[in-house]
Design a protein around this ligand. Structure first.
Ligand code: HXC
Length: 510
């Protein structure tokens, strides 16, 4: 009997070595952890249960029959984060460069299906060279099987991808279909085709880092939702994110009580908005001051900084925060900001996370660059996302809410449930100067008359009371009491029921 137990122990030890000690040392020398070390850091201690440790590939060509490594380049299974189940797969770069064979793909599909069945998030850790070249079409088929599960699970369970090494070819499209992508600075990169192919096809010379490094995707392309310093930080932050999220669309997000009382006043907010309407202020200060314990998990913090998106808690319950940032481009809505916020709003709606919208927006960005880029369609994404969202929606206008952007930013007209404004709010078609120059063009050469018209416009329109008199704003509130009012509003909406008309699916302006 003992020799049978010893054989199991031997096989397990062999599987755990992956591609062997030499390749593990190379992995460490690059500043990267191994697939198993990553899983150990991601999950609660001792909670990992591995599946398919003994799976091997079935290829024969190119001498592959003699090169079998148990596990075949991906470690899969489930464990817990803060006690809640999550399913994981972690690519093992030490085995054929983490490349994807048919057997490797089947292991991933197995955890994807299990996660969907039981209603738990899937977290994929990527560090891989794409399709296993020796497997040909079996590898391509395997990718498509994974993509299919990504799509079926979208909106059902949270799907998170962490890019911790190379990620090219087939490996980029699965992350692209998940809810969040995080990257590790300096050691990870993502591209559809690498620098060599780029050179051949377009004659462009570019490094891996400049083509698809963490900074490129977190700041320029918006493909990544965050970039972290190293493997450890990335994994710790993913744990933090998971704590905000429900396990599936069948559950509410977890509650986390804190010592931060919901009726806490914040007197400093009474002076947050500067007297001069053209002076910026930091919207993040408002977010940090109204959420529980200033704990805010920002999504895409380095991309389209004119809008802020992220998760926080108010009175222990998760909220998705969307806020214009007057400090960047005056908080204007442009293509990138609209896309970023629309995707976030849709995630919140799919997973029953109430949305808190903080508004200070001068309108949509004018110009040929934006119009040629399709601002109309991209701006419409945000409008569409807010309009179709049925989760509780609480809105607070702190200062500007001009033009179409007023409508878009979770206004009453798009089924905003509770819409507040501070006394400093300016709800109008546009700012005073622009408005007066258009409607009093005849006075253009008379600065005194123009100034008088401007003052008149300001006193009549640049306040929250016209909107409040129509019922478009439910109440004009004191800034210092914002946390209390928002907490009460969210509490009152906990039993909200609203559904959209039956349809196969909508046709959001993609
Ligand atoms: C089989 C692979 C492999 C692959 C790497 N390896 N990529 N084996 N198939 N795709 C193996 C290497 O042979 C090597 O084995 C080990 O992994 C480490 O690779 P190195 O090249 O030594 O490592 P490094 O210098 O760090 O470079 C990593 C890399 C490079 C940039 C990822 O390996 C590379 O460019 N690989 C090919 C990437 C690629 O073109 N993939 C196909 C994409 S097309 P040993 O035994 O020496 O350790 C695709 C289509 C799918 O994915 C589309 C679906 C929609």
């Amino acid at each position: 009997m003992q020799h049978i137990l010893d054989e199991l122990a031997r096989r397990r030890a062999q599987a755990k070595l992956g591609g062997g000690e030499r390749r593990i040392a190379v992995q460490h020398a690059k500043g990267k952890l191994t697939a198993r070390e990553r899983i150990d850091l991601l999950l609660d201690e001792g909670s990992f249960e591995e599946f398919d440790m003994f799976v091997e590939h079935r290829a024969h060509e190119f001498g592959m029959a003699d090169q079998k490594v148990p596990g075949d380049g991906v470690v899969t299974g489930w464990g817990t984060i803060s006690g809640r189940a999550v399913y994981v797969f972690s690519k093992d770069f030490t085995v054929f460069g983490g490349s994807l064979s048919g057997a490797h793909a089947a292991k991933i599909v197995k955890v994807q299906r299990m996660a969907a069945k039981v209603g738990a998030p899937v977290i994929g850790l990527f560090d891989a060279g794409g399709a296993r070249i020796q497997e040909g079409v079996d590898s391509l088929a395997g990718y498509a099987d994974i993509f299919m599960e990504n799509v079926l699970s979208s909106g059902v369970i949270p799907q998170i991808s962490v890019i911790m090494g190379p990620c090219a070819g087939g490996d980029v499209y699965s992350p692209a279909m998940t809810d969040f992508i995080f990257m590790v600075k300096d050691t990870s990169y993502m591209f559809v085709t690498g620098p060599d192919v780029v050179k051949t096809v377009t004659n462009e010379t570019v490094t891996q880092e400049d083509l698809g490094g963490a900074r490129v995707h977190a700041q320029k392309s918006g493909v990544a939702d965050g970039a972290f310093e190293n493997d450890l930080e990335a994994l710790v932050q993913v744990r933090r994110l998971v704590d905000f999220l429900p396990s599936s669309n069948r559950e509410a997000p977890p509650r986390r009580d804190s010592f931060d009382t919901p009726d806490r006043d914040e007197p400093s907010l009474d002076t947050l908005v500067p007297a001069n309407p053209n002076k910026p202020y930091d919207m993040k200060e408002l977010i940090l001051k109204i959420v529980d314990e200033a704990d805010f998990f920002e999504i895409s913090s380095e991309y389209a900084k004119n809008i802020i998106t992220g998760f926080a808690r108010i009175d222990g319950e998760t909220v998705g925060v969307v806020a214009n940032q007057p400090q960047v481009l005056a908080g204007v809505l442009d293509i990138d900001a609209s896309r970023k916020a629309a995707r976030f709003v849709r995630f919140c709606d799919a997973f029953s996370i109430p949305i808190l919208t903080l508004v200070d927006v001068p309108g949509f960005m004018p110009g040929t660059k934006q119009e040629y880029g399709g601002l109309i369609k991209h701006g419409a994404k945000l409008l569409f996302a807010y309009a179709e969202a049925t989760v509780p929606k609480v809105t607070l206008i702190t200062r500007k809410a001009y033009g179409g952007a007023y409508d878009v930013m979770s206004s009453k007209h798009l089924r905003g449930d509770i819409n507040y404004a501070w006394p400093t709010a300016e709800i109008a078609v546009m700012g005073a100067k622009g408005a007066v120059e258009i409607i009093f063009r005849a006075d253009a050469k008379d600065p005194e008359a123009l100034a008088q018209r401007e003052a008149e416009y300001k006193s009549q329109f640049l306040n929250p009371f016209v909107a409040a008199s129509r019922g478009y704003i439910d109440d004009v509130i004191m800034p210092h009491g914002s946390r209390r009012r928002i907490a009460r509003a969210l509490k009152s909406l906990k039993t909200k029921q609203l559904s959209n008309p039956w349809k196969k699916h909508d046709n959001i302006p993609l």
